[in-house]
Design a protein around this ligand. Structure first.
Ligand SMILES: N[C@@H](CCC[C@H](N)C(=O)O)C(=O)O
Length: 277
């Protein structure tokens, strides 16, 4: 039996495994079986809480998508890991703690048992850091997505993101272009594809088609990426509210040379045991 916690951040849902003393045992087929919403448990991401490899961090968290692929960062996930550790008695509220993600350390601070703020590091725009195929770094790239010319921004928040600004999210071509943008060949490792409508300099509306998952109710790194891309273009202020289908996140980024901050909820759904191993 595999004991797990089911959690979510704005409807981006997770199975969280306690691997602090027992090793992570699932292979790719096992992860896909657990992810199945009819015959397994179901999740957008599987998160494992493990001992830190980096001595400056309290714990490590591993991340896997629904299709079994590993991911390097997860914004909603790290808030849930922090709330999970708090409930397990391993973190205290209001004290900054470094956690180690596959893409490096992030700092979390619990504002309450259900709200967490995370220092996500500095957004990386250099094409080779994303990775994105481009001769020079730019705030805008024109790419052909399934025969449609689309203007995007490209950024890494520890994981790769494409961000397309649209006039009106409801009437956008996001539904058609999202899946193709996620697997676009210029993103060598794929990308999380965000479609963003700018309501004001402090308010965005966003939908994300996630790499390895599909359309999600929320994507934390996607919200960070949308603010980073638009702030780099001078189109948003330092503090931005991002509305996703599952709810809102608060993002703050002073600009280049500074870390980006994300604040939002983390919720428990239920505890369970899965007989599939
Ligand atoms: N839901 C996440 C992002 C999860 C990882 C992503 N699908 C990837 O493969 O990079 C978030 O909240 O950031």
């Amino acid at each position: 039996m595999l004991r797990f916690s089911k959690m979510h951040g704005l409807g981006n849902d997770f199975v969280v495994l306690d691997c602090r003393t027992t090793p992570f045992v699932l292979d790719e087929a096992g992860i896909r079986a657990l992810a199945d919403r009819r015959t397994g448990v179901g999740f957008d991401q599987l998160l494992s809480v493990e001992p830190a490899r980096d001595p400056s961090c309290a714990f490590y968290y591993g991340i896997w998508n629904t299709d079994g692929s590993p991911a390097r960062q997860c914004g909603n996930g790290v808030r849930c890991v922090a709330a999970w550790l708090f409930r397990a008695g391993a973190l205290t509220a209001d004290e900054p703690v470094r956690l180690e993600s596959p893409s490096g350390p992030v700092t979390v601070r619990l504002l309450s048992a259900h709200e967490v703020t995370v220092e996500m590091g500095e957004p990386q725009f250099a094409p080779d850091r994303i990775p994105f195929a481009a001769d020079t770094e730019s705030t805008r790239y024109m790419i052909d997505v399934d025969g449609t010319l689309l203007e995007i921004g490209a950024v890494s928040m520890g994981n790769p993101h494409a961000v397309a600004l649209v006039n009106e999210l409801a009437n956008s071509t996001a539904d058609r272009l999202g899946p193709a943008l996620t697997t676009h060949p210029r993103f060598a490792e794929g990308a999380n594809a965000g479609f963003v409508e700018r309501l004001s300099r402090q308010h965005l509306k966003l939908r994300v088609h996630e790499r390895g998952v599909g359309w999600t109710l929320a994507c934390g790194t996607g919200a960070c990426a949308a603010v980073a891309v638009l702030r780099q273009r001078g189109e948003v202020d330092e503090q931005v509210r991002v509305d996703l289908p599952g709810g809102s996140l608060r993002i703050a980024w002073p600009g280049p040379g500074h870390a980006l901050w994300m604040t939002g909820p983390a919720a428990f759904a239920f505890e369970g045991e899965w007989p599939g191993v």
